[in-house]
Design a binder for this molecule. Structure first.
Ligand SMILES: [Zn+2]
Length: 217
């Protein structure tokens, strides 16, 4: 068995959503001095590869620890969106053209290629292509289980689109995995892929970090 890592690294000052405070990792114990090495992390629950729970946008919606772990594993299909332009909204028509396979019960991984651009540039921070509200409706109609994207915001940075896209998906119980990385190796595999992304157990939180992997047997 082999695991392909789809996560983005978390580290001091790593690129993150500009609406959130900067990520900090500070050594609070040093091996030479204290006999131990310990880091103190300051970061939001939506940093690095993470899953949004419904409570991120839906008042009274379930938190990340209230969702079944089984829902974060399953068969995944890739959408090749690497030909998208900066700032392009993915419409339902565009996604339907890119995803001509069975989607019910599947996890959809939207590969824009922007995972490889992850850096604190004006482009990565504010100009990513994104899922429009009408494409979010379409994904819900396909009865998908969850959706992942290789950028920190599935709905881009503009309002009200970003809020609407999140509300439609999370309101329908479709989880969202953001800030993943999609290595080229994935394209050589036959689909659907076996996918796992278990969020850590943050009680009562609106999202949590996870380690998304594709299992190759
Ligand atoms: Zn999030």
């Amino acid at each position: 068995m082999k695991l392909i890592d789809l996560s983005q690294p978390v580290f001091d000052g790593c690129p993150n959503c500009p609406a959130d405070p900067p990520v900090q990792s500070r050594l609070i114990c040093r091996p030479g001095k204290d006999g131990w090495r310990v880091e103190q992390l300051t970061l939001t629950s939506h940093t690095g590869s993470h899953i949004d729970a419904p409570s991120h946008k839906i008042l009274g919606g379930p938190h990340i620890d209230e969702l079944s772990l089984e829902s974060f594993t399953g068969r995944a299909v890739l959408a090749d969106l690497r030909d998208s332009r900066p700032g392009q909204p993915f419409t339902s028509t565009w996604l339907a053209r890119k995803l001509r396979v069975e989607l019910a019960g599947h996890i959809v991984i939207l590969v824009t290629g922007w995972g490889a651009k992850r850096a604190r540039t004006e482009e990565w921070l504010g100009l990513s292509p994104y899922v429009s509200p009408d494409a979010a409706e379409w994904l819900v109609e396909q009865e998908i289980r969850g959706v992942g994207i290789d950028h920190y915001s599935i709905g881009g940075m503009r309002e009200p689109q970003n809020s609407r896209t999140h509300e439609i998906l999370l309101g329908a119980g479709v989880w969202i995995l953001e800030d993943l990385n999609a290595p080229d190796e994935l394209w050589s595999l036959s689909q659907p892929l076996e996918f796992w992304a278990l969020p850590i157990n943050l009680r009562g939180h609106s999202g949590a970090f996870c380690r998304p992997v594709v299992v190759v047997r």
